[in-house]
Design a protein around this ligand. Structure first.
Ligand code: HNI
Length: 147
């Protein structure tokens, strides 16, 4: 069971309340596919992923980036119950999509970098610490149904 300080809770709620999902989600997923090209293998039916520009302008990737952020929303709304909240999504990624769980961490790092670029000075060490802790719980919960 994860303990959250008031600052951490408040920071996570505010970060997501003020986040532009249409910007951050697509940018984070596109970055993940560019920086870690082996992650492209799961998106074989998403059309053109030929280079960084193709990935950044691929509407299916953009849409899926937004879907992922809405997936994170569930954890934001259930910060005390993230493990159970993601039981089904973890099963889906494991048994149906066969996504290697190491990739969750890679995507979460890209999300951090994109958010840092958008927030600039407001992305202080304390804010990053809260965000990384939150993403760490998400990553571990998404990986729980793997065996
Ligand atoms: Ni992920 C589908 C959430 C990481 C590959 N993913 C989803 C869906 C959600 C979601 C929500 C839609 C489920 C449904 O249709 O019921 N994914 C998340 C979250 C993370 C994550 C919250 C981590 C932060 N997914 C990843 C990673 C990969 C990934 C790292 C691969 C590298 N996900 C997929 C694929 C699908 C998917 C592939 C199916 C897409 C489709 O539409 O065919």
């Amino acid at each position: 069971m994860v303990e959250w300080t008031d600052f951490e809770r408040d920071t996570i709620q505010k970060l997501f309340a003020n986040m532009n999902y249409e910007d951050v989600g697509p940018a984070a997923l596109a970055r993940c596919l560019v920086v870690y090209p082996w992650t492209q293998r799961y998106f074989g039916n998403f059309g053109n992923l030929y280079n960084a520009v193709a990935i950044a302008t691929n509407p299916k990737i953009a849409q899926h980036g937004i879907t992922i952020l809405h997936g994170l929303d569930r954890a934001v709304k259930n910060m005390d119950n993230i493990k159970e909240t993601y039981a089904e999504l973890s099963m889906l990624h494991s048994e149906k999509l066969h996504v290697d769980p190491d990739n969750f961490k890679l995507l979460s790092d890209c999300l951090t970098i994109v958010l840092a670029s958008r927030l600039g000075k407001a992305f202080t060490g304390d804010v990053q610490a809260a965000f990384q802790k939150f993403l760490g719980v998400v990553v571990s919960s998404l990986g729980r149904q793997y065996h």
